[in-house]
Design a binder for this molecule. Structure first.
Ligand SMILES: Cc1cc2nc3c(=O)[nH]c(=O)nc-3n(C[C@H](O)[C@H](O)[C@H](O)COP(=O)(O)OP(=O)(O)OC[C@H]3O[C@@H](n4cnc5c(N)ncnc54)[C@H](O)[C@@H]3O)c2cc1C
Length: 221
């Protein structure tokens, strides 16, 4: 397990803060270090608090690092982050982590803010030969959906558990996956989200014949 307190933090200024759906926010800050898409940074607003980890949601060559987060009602950091305005400061680490994409054919499977590393991979040029499955509670919560819809068409699947919408599967991502037959066994399957989602999705994929070593997961604990 990664210990975010092991990372040196530096001050950055919040920019482009936006609430994209109820309780789901994105903000950015100027990029100083290079990174590989899929990596994370440790963030805190108070140096006496333990930083939390966040996947980078922007491309490797963009001038800013974007962070996508959802507020947990009793969460220490996300309730503080939600109250930030443009111009406020936060403390961030250098990017790190081993969840990295490549150019091979793959499924990118995420719930909620777990889409962030795949957004980064897409904007870093790794979007070719990918199929995206994204689960969320509300129709507005599918970050980057306009771009993905245009780029992937029927290879972009949104699964919405809380609302019905056009071209959107009504239900959980795992229910959608159970309806999928003949999943290619030579694809990689990248999973990102809560431990419950990752474990359940992995079990469904294995039951459908996907070799264990083709499944690569990032768990948001
Ligand atoms: C590799 C990695 C990447 C991640 N990337 C992202 C990302 O891109 N976006 C994102 O949104 N998250 C991401 N996370 C999760 C993130 O690191 C935080 O865990 C999350 O944002 C919650 O932080 P918090 O400080 O608000 O919650 P915490 O204070 O850590 O609380 C965690 C949980 O405990 C509950 N809780 C806290 N205190 C109490 C209490 N007293 N009683 C009962 N329950 C309590 C909270 O409601 C919450 O559900 C990632 C995690 C990992 C490991």
């Amino acid at each position: 397990m990664i210990d975010p307190s092991k990372h040196k933090l530096r001050e950055v200024i919040v920019k482009n803060r936006q609430e994209i759906a109820a309780g789901v926010f994105v903000f950015s800050y100027e990029r100083v270090y290079s990174f590989t898409s899929g990596q994370v940074v440790a963030i805190t607003v108070d140096l006496t608090d333990e930083p939390r980890l966040y996947s980078i949601a922007s491309g490797e060559n963009e001038s800013e690092i974007s962070i996508l987060f959802n507020v947990l009602p009793e969460g220490k950091l996300t309730t503080q982050l939600a109250n930030l305005s443009n111009g406020d400061k936060v403390f961030v680490s250098r990017p790190f982590g081993e969840f990295k994409g490549d150019e091979e054919s793959a499924y990118w499977i995420a719930t909620g803010t777990g889409i962030a590393p795949f957004v980064s991979m897409y904007y870093s040029g790794l979007g070719k030969d990918k199929i995206i499955i994204h689960g969320g509670r509300t129709l507005r919560s599918f970050y980057n959906q306009e771009v993905f819809q245009k780029a992937y068409g029927e290879r972009y699947h949104r699964c919405c558990s809380g609302e019905k919408g056009e071209h959107v599967f009504n239900g959980r991502l795992t229910d959608f996956l159970k309806t999928q037959n003949n999943l290619p066994i030579d694809f990689k399957y990248y999973l990102c989200g809560s431990s419950e989602m990752v474990v359940e999705t992995r079990d469904i994929l294995i039951a459908k014949g996907i070799p264990f070593n083709q499944i690569i997961a990032e768990i948001y604990f």
